[in-house]
Design a protein around this ligand. Structure first.
Ligand SMILES: Nc1nc2c(ncn2[C@@H]2O[C@H](COP(=O)(O)OP(=O)(O)OP(=O)(O)O)[C@@H](O)[C@H]2O)c(=O)[nH]1
Ligand SMILES: [Mg+2]
Length: 292
């Protein structure tokens, strides 16, 4: 008996969706950061064994869109309604919000199984946790609620088993050694963007898009050349920094991370270019691989 299905993960920004999937698939695949709106695409993370295949979908956090890029992020998240076998709704301890008009309401109406994961319980006390459980139990009756801490790996070991129980009997959808639906180049872009989220402040991380132009494995070295696009000339200056110090730091950190990710020696070149208001142009977003 083989089980397989689409496990679609949704929740507000920054609640730990990507961190959770990385932990469950046992790979540092998806980028994470303390800043909201880290994830911009729907990305699959696949966990296979002899007996099952779980196809997790990471999604951008639920937001009200203000510009075209955010509209595309919302569309990416909405697409989980079409193919889910089960939903994981990730909540942060202490989060009570009105979900009447958002995707949460739609997933309830879909009648698919929902597991509500109350994450980051290492940040709260018992009283806060009880209040959070009470709210979600009342608002989404009949769903399984599990308090977890991805950071401390609390109650996460048994999660895979619980998800498998709820999945249909079905053959694998993907080859058993496949980890994701995205390309290696995509993850180079993402890892560089992750470092930008960590290093730069204010609007910079939200104004950049990374595109890897060269991905070439030769003489045991993976040669990468990536362009960081910003929206305005002033942002280019900030990215490069005084005497190029900021971009140098970015290059060093990104290279280290990419060497771990690909398990290869890496030569990384970074360029910064202005692509005026790319976040607000459907044509430009499409060229960067966003669905608009
Ligand atoms: N204290 C604590 N921090 C956590 C836990 N799980 C995740 N985090 C942190 O929360 C932050 C956000 O995690 P992400 O996995 O990027 O969150 P996300 O829901 O994917 O965020 P978006 O992609 O922006 O929607 C990161 O700094 C994580 O390290 C947890 O259990 N406890
Ligand atoms: Mg994320």
């Amino acid at each position: 008996m083989h089980k397989s299905g689409f496990v679609n993960v949704i929740g507000m920004p920054n609640v730990g969706k990507s961190s959770l999937i990385n932990l469950l698939i046992g790979e540092n695949l998806l980028i994470t950061s303390p800043k909201a709106q880290t994830t911009r695409h729907r990305i699959l993370g696949i966990l296979s064994s002899d007996k099952f295949q779980l196809i997790f979908s990471d999604t951008p956090g639920l937001i009200k869109p203000n510009y075209k890029l955010q509209e595309s992020m919302v569309n990416a998240t909405m697409s989980v309604l079409k193919d889910a076998d089960i939903f994981l709704l990730v909540i942060e301890i202490g989060d009570y919000y009105n979900f009447d008009y958002d995707l949460t309401k739609k997933i309830i109406l879909s009648k698919k199984p929902i597991i509500i994961l109350i994450n980051k319980i290492d940040l709260g006390d018992q009283k806060k946790l009880e209040k959070t459980i009470e709210f979600w139990k009342k608002n989404i009756p009949g769903s399984l609620i599990i308090p977890i801490s991805v950071k401390e790996k609390f109650q996460t070991d048994s999660l895979v088993e619980k998800i498998v129980e709820l999945l249909p009997i079905h053959p694998a959808y993907f080859p058993k050694d496949q980890l994701t639906d995205k390309t290696e180049r995509f993850f180079v872009n993402e890892k560089i963007r992750e470092k930008i989220l960590n290093i730069y402040k204010q609007e910079i991380p939200y104004s950049v898009e990374v595109k890897t132009e060269v991905f070439d494995f030769k003489d045991k070295i993976l040669k990468l050349s990536s362009v960081i696009y910003v929206e305005r000339e002033t942002q280019k200056g900030i990215l490069i920094g005084h005497n190029g110090e900021s971009i140098k730091k970015l290059g060093v950190e990104a290279r280290k991370d990419l060497e771990n990710f690909f398990n290869k020696k890496i030569h990384l070149e970074l360029y910064v270019k202005v692509n005026k208001n790319w976040r607000s142009s459907s044509t430009k977003l499409k060229r960067f691989g966003y669905q608009t």
